[in-house]
Write a protein that binds this ligand. Structure first.
Ligand SMILES: Nc1nc2c(ncn2[C@@H]2O[C@H](COP(=O)(O)OP(=O)(O)OP(=O)(O)O)[C@@H](O)[C@H]2O)c(=O)[nH]1
Ligand SMILES: [Zn+2]
Length: 299
């Protein structure tokens, strides 16, 4: 009876939408559970033609989340790649980019940076230099312009998306929607369908949703998430944090104290690397801030 499997393609409050072999089903969880994320594979019990109850969530390969002091919020499940969209203008926040990278590392998700709006020539050198900091840490940086050269943008991104389950995140105004619309030509129609099915009314752009990419033999998915202003990481433990800063890796294990927190301890290899300019100071400061956050959780 319940042997129906679907993928969660949108979440709005406690209402979910599942795609089961192309059929859209409105889903609810049993009880008050809200532990379902877009991208989850779920086992469903149909209750009517277009409604179902989520019986079980299949094991996840990855889980991306944000959190504040009080609770964590699932962003997406089973993601293989995270694309952080930044642009020449408006200016982007390094704090948010780095927090997203840390979240990806902690979740075991490959992270890429997209530098959009490279047509804004006068702001390009500075933006390129700033994005280059992440490039030097090993994160691929892809320069493109959704507006001025859409063909190049699509040609750059399509191979990176093929066979993957990707999430696009970014601050408002970076051009994330423009990119999604290039990659998923029917995105507008899909969003309308989803918001009708979810009955979200006018809040059409405020929920996370998954699109299937057209073409190709392998199944590819893109998840679009609402633009954000903050990215809390209160849920990460100290041990996870030091490993989520990729540039710390060569120094871990070389501090005098085995339980060094790399904040003010003597003979700390990480602090030495900061002083020697081998680790960017703002990244180390963010590490300190995140350690502080991780000690504040109330759940
Ligand atoms: N110059 C230039 N402008 C662009 C480019 N891509 C997008 N824009 C513009 O940037 C503005 C923001 O684009 P959106 O695609 O709405 O950005 P978004 O990141 O989805 O923003 P939210 O919808 O607020 O989350 C729009 O006015 C776009 O036309 C680009 O490559 N170059
Ligand atoms: Zn140390």
């Amino acid at each position: 009876m319940s042997d129906l499997t679907g993928t969660i393609i949108a979440a709005h409050g406690r209402h979910y939408l599942a795609d089961a072999d192309g059929a859209l089903l409105q889903c609810v969880t049993r009880g008050k559970k809200t532990n379902v994320a877009v991208g989850d594979i779920v086992h469903l019990q149909k209750t009517s033609e277009n409604q179902a109850v989520i019986e079980r969530i299949a094991d996840r390969s990855t889980l991306l989340y944000r959190s504040d002091q009080y609770k964590s919020k699932l962003l997406a499940a089973n993601i293989t790649r995270l694309f952080i969209v930044v642009a020449t203008e408006p200016g982007f926040a390094d704090d948010l980019v780095s927090r997203s990278l840390v979240a990806a590392e902690a979740a075991g998700i490959e992270a890429h940076i997209i530098l959009n709006k490279v047509d804004v020539a006068e702001l390009l050198p500075r933006a390129r230099e700033r994005a280059g900091l992440y490039g030097s840490l090993g994160y691929p940086v892809h320069e493109l312009s959704a507006r001025a050269d859409p063909e190049h943008a699509v040609a750059t991104l399509m191979p990176l998306l093929a066979g993957q389950s990707s999430i696009f995140i970014g601050q408002s105004g970076m051009g994330k929607s423009s990119l999604i619309n290039l990659l998923v030509p029917d995105a507008d129609i899909a969003v309308r369908e989803i918001s009708e099915a979810l009955d979200t009314g006018k809040h059409t752009t405020t929920f996370t949703r998954l699109y299937w990419l057209p073409g190709g033999e392998e199944k590819s998915a893109i998840i679009d998430s609402p633009g954000f202003q903050e990215f809390g990481l209160y849920h990460l433990s100290e041990g996870m944090l030091e490993r989520a800063f990729v540039e710390f890796k060569p120094y871990l294990g070389s501090c005098k104290y085995y339980n060094c927190r790399h904040l003010q301890e003597p003979q700390c290899a990480v602090l030495d690397a900061v002083a020697a300019g081998k680790i960017a100071r703002y990244r180390h400061e963010l590490y300190g801030q995140l350690l502080h956050e991780s000690a504040q959780t109330l759940y």
